[in-house]
Design a protein around this ligand. Structure first.
Ligand code: 4HQ
Length: 263
């Protein structure tokens, strides 16, 4: 897969991609990431890429000419039909399903804006899809673009040590992941749940699914409402909802075992 990032801070992208799973995916040739700096397409002596907003108001807006030229230069290096994505707080929420769709493509262009954003005509003429990484404001699109790159890279075949591990991730079944434990068996007086030491793998699988469902119900009821779990996850959810309704709310918070401790 090939990704191009249009950014005023190309080193911010390059440096962040050196590490961990993404760094290894690039090292293994599963992913390559290029950058294009709109400043290289500015034509005046000062290499201007921003200007004051029409209508007044604070802050600056990215000028259309160098930005669209940079998008076109970067897009020309990608396979035909690669979507051009603008990271913005006004975008549609970036979710795991969107990550899976994008990761299946041979190319993606990401536009990381700065200042108050980009001239709207750049979006009309040069962008196919606007995505938001969350309902908060950051100072530039680079961290959102890196978030998208990371989420895609780990889905590429061969990027993870164990291919099954991305199937267990939060959101893949529309559920949050449950808790993880490693040695020691007792840590500061807190024991690992005995089922995990039992060696009964069917029991362990069942327990983990229950933990996932209970945690999702407590922390992200919105996810549970959208979740379309199948097979064992479906049965665990049905079981939880039957139990929770006969047991009027006592379930979720204490199953996650935190509200009781007041933290
Ligand atoms: N931005 N998800 C870039 C965001 C954002 C988000 C604000 C986009 C600043 C220049 N991007 N502009 N949330 O907060 O993607």
């Amino acid at each position: 897969m090939k990704i191009e990032v249009v950014t005023l801070f190309p080193r911010m992208i390059a440096v962040a991609l050196e590490f961990g799973i993404v760094g290894r995916a690039i090292g293994r040739g599963l992913l390559s990431v290029g950058t294009e700096d709109p400043r290289a397409h500015a034509t005046d002596a000062h290499r201007t890429v921003d200007d004051r907003p029409y209508g007044g108001g604070p802050g600056m807006v990215m000028k259309p000419e160098p930005l669209l030229a940079a998008i076109r230069a970067a897009h020309a290096r990608l396979p035909a039909g690669s979507p051009r994505v603008y990271l913005s707080a006004q975008g549609r929420p970036f979710r795991q399903a969107q990550a899976q769709e994008l990761a299946a493509l041979p190319g993606v262009l990401l536009l990381a804006g700065r200042y108050e954003g980009v001239d709207e005509r750049v979006i009309e003429l040069g962008i196919d899809l606007e995505l938001s990484v969350g309902d908060y404001v950051v100072s530039g699109g680079e961290l959102p673009a890196l978030t998208v790159i990371d989420a895609l890279a780990r889905l590429l075949p061969g990027a993870l040590g164990d291919e099954r591990s991305s199937l267990d991730d939060s959101f893949v079944q529309g559920l949050l992941e449950g808790p993880h434990y490693t040695r020691p068996e007792v840590f500061e007086g807190r024991s690992v749940p005995p089922v995990l030491l039992s060696g009964d793998h069917a029991d362990i699988r069942r327990w983990r699914l229950e933990q996932s469902v209970a945690r999702t119900a407590e922390r992200r009821p919105d996810l549970l409402a959208r979740a379309r779990p199948t097979g064992a996850a479906r049965r665990a959810l049905d079981e939880f909802q039957t139990g929770a309704s006969s047991d009027a709310g006592a379930g979720a918070a204490s199953a996650a075992g935190r509200e009781d401790r007041g933290d």
